[in-house]
Design a protein around this ligand. Structure first.
Ligand SMILES: [Zn+2]
Length: 205
């Protein structure tokens, strides 16, 4: 299923109202989907802390419900948490009422750990226009995908591609167990590369 996690090029034309990058002179926006996950998210937080980077975590409600203490740590360290639905639904295959209810459940869990924003990222980048309209949330897509979920990933290729990010780019990683091997190779390279270039890493707000 994860193999289809590729947003077709035409999605940008269909959905110009979604956010694909953020106007900025000197900042890169790192995002982490599908957590929080013990050990993995904690490792990410330590990495970010070392270079004073802030990021946005698009958490799954069911994960956050199980690990609220990690959610609270994310917020207390100055990062943002956004909604990634409760159970990782694929919008194209889910009717609107079910989809909206899953997002609302995710929101409830987020409120419990102190989240106040209305950031949202649809799982797989797949969402219907009718769902976007009814949700009325700030829907954050991305400009650069790390492909860290690919178990056959050419890590160097991924790093080279991510290094082409510019100010305002939104990068996607996954703080899940399944992506951890790739993430451990990719993230430190990206952090040191852009730090050396004088970029800041900011959370989306
Ligand atoms: Zn996801």
């Amino acid at each position: 299923m994860i193999r289809f996690y590729k947003t077709p090029w035409f999605t940008r034309l269909w959905y110009p109202s979604l956010i694909w990058n953020i106007p900025s002179q000197d900042s890169i926006y790192l995002t982490f989907d599908d957590g929080p996950t013990p050990e993995v998210t904690e490792w990410v937080l330590d990495q970010l802390n070392q270079v004073d980077a802030k990021a946005t975590f698009f958490c799954l409600g069911k994960q956050l419900e199980e690990h609220p203490e990690i959610g609270k740590r994310i917020i207390s360290q100055g990062h943002q948490i956004g909604n990634h639905t409760y159970s990782h639904l694929k919008g194209w295959k889910t009717n609107d009422a079910h989809y909206l209810e899953d997002v609302r459940l995710g929101e409830e869990v987020m409120k419990e750990v102190g989240v106040t924003n209305n950031l949202f990222r649809p799982p797989y980048g797949r969402i219907r226009k009718s769902q976007i309209k009814k949700l009325d949330l700030q829907t954050i897509m991305w400009s650069h995908l790390s492909w860290d979920f690919d178990s056959n990933l050419n890590v160097n290729k991924s790093i080279a591609q991510l290094k082409r990010a510019k100010p305002g780019s939104i990068l996607v990683f996954h703080d899940s167990q399944k992506c951890f091997d790739n993430l451990q190779l990719i993230l430190p390279e990206i952090l040191s590369h852009f730090q050396a270039k004088g970029f800041k890493f900011e959370a989306i707000s």
